[in-house]
Design a protein around this ligand. Structure first.
Ligand code: FAD
Length: 459
């Protein structure tokens, strides 16, 4: 009855005196895993999510009757926290480890890349470049701690130790693919960890890489987790963006379109920029400045459904800045096209910042910008091969890990009592990924539980 009377509804919902309830903002993997841990640690949990479905960046759509990620996804063999979670949920048998191949488009040609044999055949490098590339990679795989890399940019380090040509022909374009015009600001600690984990995910001698994929998409784990949370009494407020968040005497006040709610604890799992937007008025100046320094690139993925294969590799880096995209990920070179009704799935990936015209462009404009470049990669390509295409955009999809990032990173326990923040920006020195979302979610849930007050005597 009170639902028809806004003021009564407001009155009923204004207080949540229960100190055992945590509001989790964001139903991406971080929010879902944290909710899962918190429920097991005895908390009641309510999840608030901006979009009508859970999953965040692991959102999926259907191709040929099969779920597929809107943004390309795979696992590395080092992704142990994710695999452990899949085991816990009874999903580990759905993870398949599949042979992967990598290529690079450089100096107008497509080359295999990523193995010692392919390095020897990579003709844009001189023999000296090959030696310096190989030695620098070998060195990076041997160093165990990020300390010596955190104060130097990847650009400076590569130029100094691997040489200008190695930077310009390989590492520079790879950094540009992820960080656009901010490529020169990326910390060497980030690149070091990427090289190291990539090395570990290869077999002995760096010959073969296996990548993991979940049958039925990584959305399977998201859906299972959301269903298990609901079984355990977690309430999902979907399509309910948190509009503002502020401390009040009644607790932390969340405002959504449904009204106001109060919680003693809130875990915010969206980006630092989003936290600034919803809580700016309440956050101390110094903390606001810390959050504002944590920048991230946005992502565009154009997904093509083709009637035949496009390139011979799963992953192709486009080391040529005259292309409007930097990566071609041919998903069906990892997972058989038969799964998608015979469609060959190709992601064209671009990371950019808000000032880039393509970020504001319409879907068709992005498609028409990318399309003329496809025959440069495969001269036989014709637009007739395209059965369907889809464009997906995600803001703040790739945190920019700058020098001494570890010093800039604000703690997960914020200066506002009861408010915790755990997001992709908190992953360091690894690159963001599902595995680290699971790891950090485990960590923040443990922190929240550690700070739980002792139950009052006599209760
Ligand atoms: C292009 C691309 C490729 C990737 N490839 C891989 C890969 O190969 N392997 C891999 O493991 N990982 C990959 N990732 C990374 C992986 O998707 C992320 O690490 C992981 O999904 C992050 O989860 P999250 O919950 O931290 O963030 P998100 O998924 O961003 O979740 C945050 C959630 O908060 C919600 N939200 C935001 N603001 C509000 C608000 N005000 N109120 C309520 N809700 C709000 C959002 O809607 C979202 O659902 C990729 C990501 C991208 C973008």
């Amino acid at each position: 009855m009170y639902r028809n009377n806004p003021s009564a509804w407001y009155f009923c919902e204004v207080r949540n005196e229960d100190p055992n309830t945590v509001a989790v903002v964001g139903a991406g993997l971080t929010g879902l895993v944290a909710a899962w841990r918190l429920v097991h640690q005895g908390w009641r949990v309510e999840v608030f999510e901006r979009y009508p479905q859970a999953g965040g960046l692991v959102a999926t759509f259907r191709v040929g009757g099969e779920e597929l990620e809107c943004f390309y996804h795979h696992l590395f063999t080092t992704d142990r926290e994710y695999v452990a979670l899949a085991q816990e949920l009874g999903l580990a048998e759905h993870i398949r480890w599949l042979p992967s191949t990598m290529g690079i488009f450089s100096a107008g040609k497509l080359f295999p890349f990523g193995t010692p044999a392919s390095l020897l055949r990579f003709s844009p490098f001189s023999p000296l470049d090959k030696l310096r590339f190989a030695l620098s990679v070998l060195y990076l795989t041997r160093v165990r701690k990020p300390d010596r890399f955190s104060g130097v940019t990847a650009w400076e380090w590569i130029r100094r130790y691997a040489g200008r040509r190695v930077l310009e022909l390989v590492w520079g374009p790879l950094l540009a693919q992820k960080f656009a015009e901010r490529q020169g600001d990326v910390s060497m600690a980030w690149l070091w960890k990427k090289v190291q984990l990539r090395g570990q995910s290869r077999g002995a001698g760096g010959l073969r890489e296996a990548l993991g994929y979940m049958d039925g998409s990584f959305g399977r784990l998201v859906r299972t987790l959301a269903a298990r949370l609901q079984e355990r009494g977690v309430t999902f407020h979907l399509a309910q963006p948190v509009l503002t968040l502020r401390p009040t005497e009644a607790g932390l006040e969340l405002r959504t379109r449904q009204g106001l709610r109060h919680f003693s604890r809130v875990l915010f799992t969206a980006s630092p920029r989003e936290l600034l937007q919803v809580a700016r008025d309440s956050l101390p100046q110094g903390y606001q400045q810390q959050l504002a320094r944590l920048e991230a690139a946005h992502a565009l993925c154009l997904v093509l459904e083709l009637d035949r294969p496009f390139l011979p590799f799963y992953w192709t880096n486009v080391a040529d800045d005259s292309f409007p995209f930097g990566g071609v990920i041919e998903h069906t070179n990892l997972v058989a096209a038969e799964r998608y009704g015979g469609c060959h799935v190709v992601y064209l990936s671009k990371y950019l910042f808000a000032n880039h015209p393509l970020w504001q462009a319409s879907k068709r404009e992005v498609f028409e910008t990318f399309l003329p470049h496809l025959p440069r990669l495969n001269p036989g390509f014709s637009p007739d091969w395209i059965l369907a295409w889809h464009l997906f955009k995600a803001a703040d999809a790739q945190p920019l890990v700058t020098c001494h990032y570890e010093r800039q990173l604000p703690p997960m326990v914020t200066p506002i009592r009861g408010l915790y923040h755990c997001s992709m920006a908190h992953i360091y020195p690894e690159d963001r990924g599902q595995n680290y979302a699971v790891r950090e979610a485990n960590r923040v849930a443990a922190l929240i539980s550690q700070q739980r007050p002792e139950p009052a005597r006599g209760r």
